[in-house]
Design a protein around this ligand. Structure first.
Ligand code: IVH
Length: 679
């Protein structure tokens, strides 16, 4: 192989790593996503053609590991300790006084402390051998954790190699990669990503995560790394465990080394002289943290000097040289004037307490979430009650406790309304679920969710209309119900941010293509309560026309196999509603006339459960697109061939993977075969 190829591959990796770092760690991208994709594509193609050039730290190797059945364990060379807590300024002063005493340093000589935001996420350890990322593990019991290497590789702010080949911006000192090092940090999710994941889960009917921390933990402990990869996890590193071949004078230098090695460290970290400065930081940071895009539940105060750290040592399982200054979830007492019901974007109804305004942790609040009806019953919250409210990580306060001895008998119990307070439609609360939802098709509070469902793959399958675009459309008041999609114009779309003419045309084309659909898909897309994909199928087959379904009586509907009285009732109530009529009329005007002959929508895709590997150059779609198609159709895609692979799709100039597939007797098909399969 030509030397130029090797050099090109090296150059590509350096560029990709650099831009990756600028984007994910420094948040200062220098090139466009498209340019970045081009670099990545070229590297992928070269590695395909010359598989002998693939290295484990190549930026192409972050995703692609096969799902596993369980995690192995990983032993930490140096245990991962926990921290003791200080819940007040006095307790932090006591910690400082004890350190002085143990070190026999007079209190008049201030100790140097490093103060760091305490990130509320999941502690992990990253092991690098000769600079190469080799193991990643959870904290576990502190001595032994779970081996989650493949999942951590998908986090783009984790470098795969510490031997960097481009200059570090503003490094005061160089830190060559040590022979061995354990790096500790906190994996977390930003609020926005947490919300996105929960919305996606709600849409699929999967249980949602209670907070960003749980979501991060759930994502890191995913058996399928491709799921982790889609969660956009991030990490702040803050400590080292066992090390060989490098020494640090103190914590601040550890952070410098971490930065030099291209890890992400928190920008809010300070070096403080004495406990007073540390306390000042804690005080200031209490308000600041509320404006950060991730949860912080305190400040970690660390003695800077390594030498002093060693002299202080540790007791039980926490060091005596560091402590967590915890922000108490701030509480206050007030009276509930009313309980109202808010409708969220998924139609979920949340009872909210309207209270006498009260100050909690520096802000005046007059509303607190009561979560759901079951919670209200459990805590027995009534209108007129005197309650304790608290504000924790996320900004919305909640009611923690009712002060029952303050009752005078005039308190009123809460009842969930039967109709949506926004649009008046029915409210549904499925058996065994805590959350009640509004079923109105054009409910202003949940239009986004409705439209997303309408456009989704098993419904109208409008490829280019994803959640982000739907949000943009709603914010720009371009759509108010699902049928409005069909009346969008090129000019309107082009007024949206980040929407060029080409993308706008793609959007319009995919909306247009969606018109050619089947009756079962359309019925499903309408989002009638209790009518899932399967029921939509049965109804389409039976009635073979929307008008016939619309005019059917409860008796006729109940006579259809698989349609019970509850479903029948729900359908009969759905069609006469004004908002339904409007939507159907607009669909008719737009020319959405489904093929009356139904074809199974949820028919078992030939790809379901199958593992695919793509190799060589594809002509009609990028590898990412091909893999995405596989996943959408219920299969999975990986980058290496094994005996578990079901099918290898070989493009042009396929090399070693093709050979391996032949050797293992794995089915090999062409790109054209694949395209036919997914049609
Ligand atoms: S230092 C011995 N620094 O807090 C040093 N921990 O209760 C131990 N954490 O398990 C860790 N941010 O999950 C340290 N800047 C930070 C931190 C931090 C969050 C977490 C970490 C640890 C827990 C200790």
């Amino acid at each position: 192989m030509a030397e130029e190829v090797r050099q090109r591959v090296d150059w590509l990796r350096r560029e990709i790593n650099k831009h990756n770092y600028l984007y994910y760690v420094l948040d200062q991208p220098e090139i466009s996503d498209a340019d970045f994709d081009r670099l990545m594509r070229e590297l992928t193609e070269l590695e395909e053609r010359y598989p002998e050039l693939v290295t484990p730290d190549s930026p192409t190797q972050r995703v692609g590991a096969a799902p596993r059945r369980q995690f192995g364990t990983h032993e930490h060379r140096e245990p991962m300790l926990s921290l003791s807590n200080a819940f007040s300024d006095e307790e932090l002063r006591a910690f400082d006084a004890r350190a002085h005493r143990l070190l026999q340093i007079p209190e008049a000589d201030p100790l140097e402390y490093v103060t760091e935001p305490k990130i509320d996420g999941l502690a992990v350890s990253l092991t690098y051998v000769d600079g190469l990322f080799t193991f990643g593990a959870t904290r576990g019991d502190g001595y032994r954790g779970e081996n989650i290497t493949q999942n951590l590789r998908t986090i783009k702010s984790i470098p795969l190699n510490l031997n960097h080949t481009w200059e570090h911006p503003g490094a005061k000192r160089a830190f060559p990669a040590p022979r061995f090092i354990e790096i500790r940090g906190e994996v977390f999710l930003e609020h926005e990503e947490f919300r996105r994941i929960n919305e996606e889960r709600a849409e699929k009917g999967a249980p949602t995560f209670a907070n960003p921390r749980n979501a991060a933990a759930g994502s890191v402990r995913q058996l399928d790394p491709s799921v982790t990869a889609r969660r956009n996890l991030d990490i702040f590193t803050y400590a080292v465990g066992a090390v060989e071949g490098v020494e640090f004078a103190g914590q601040y230098e550890v952070l410098e080394a971490l930065r030099y090695w291209r890890f992400k460290t928190n920008p809010e970290i300070r070096l403080c002289r004495g406990v007073d400065q540390a306390l000042e930081f804690c005080g200031e940071f209490d308000t600041k943290r509320l404006s950060l895009p991730y949860d912080v539940d305190g400040v970690v105060v660390k003695v800077n000097s390594r030498e002093l750290q060693e002299r202080l040592g540790s007791v039980a399982r926490s060091p005596r040289w560091a402590i967590a200054y915890k922000y108490a979830p701030t509480q206050a007492v007030t009276v509930i004037q009313n309980i109202i019901v808010q409708v969220g974007r998924t139609g979920a109804l949340t009872p909210v307490a309207v209270m006498d305004p009260v100050e909690v942790g520096g802000v005046t609040v007059s509303r607190a979430t009561l979560h759901n009806e079951d919670e209200i019953r459990r805590k027995d919250v009534r209108v007129g009650d005197t309650v304790v409210i608290q504000r924790a990580g996320e900004v919305i306060p909640e009611v923690v406790e009712v002060l029952k001895d303050k009752r005078d008998g005039d308190e009123i119990e809460f009842r969930m309304p039967d109709n949506c307070p926004i649009c008046g439609a029915d409210i549904e609360k499925p058996e065994g679920e805590a959350v009640a939802r509004c079923v109105g098709i054009a409910c202003p509070a949940q239009i986004g969710e409705r439209i997303r469902h309408f456009a989704s793959r098993l419904a109208m399958d409008i490829e280019h209309v994803g959640p982000a675009l739907v949000n943009q459309l709603i914010e720009a008041h371009l759509v108010g119900d699902p049928a409005d999609l069909y009346f969008l114009t090129l000019d309107q779309l082009m007024t949206l941010e980040r929407m060029g003419e080409k993308s706008a045309r793609n959007v319009l084309a995919s909306i247009e293509r969606g018109k050619d659909t089947t009756l079962n898909r359309l019925i499903y897309a309408l989002g009638i309560r209790h009518v899932g994909e399967r029921t939509a199928q049965v109804l389409a087959e039976h009635f073979a026309g929307l008008d016939r379904l619309r005019n059917a009586s409860v008796e006729e509907l109940s006579a259809v196999p698989d349609v019970g009285p509850v479903v029948a009732e729900s359908i009969v109530r759905f069609f006469p509603r004004d908002e339904t009529k409007t939507v159907l009329e607009k669909l008719r005007r737009a020319g959405v006339t489904p093929r009356e002959v139904a074809r199974p929508a949820g028919e078992q895709s030939p790809l379901a459960g199958k593992r695919f590997v793509f190799t060589g150059e594809l002509r009609n779609l990028t590898r990412e697109e091909a893999e995405e198609k596989v996943r959408l159709l219920g299969g999975s895609a990986s980058s290496s061939v094994s005996k578990n692979t079901d099918c290898v799709v070989a493009g042009e100039r396929a090399g070693s993977k093709l050979a391996k597939a032949r050797e293992l007797g794995v089915a090999v098909i062409s790109e054209d075969d694949f395209l036919r399969m997914i049609k």
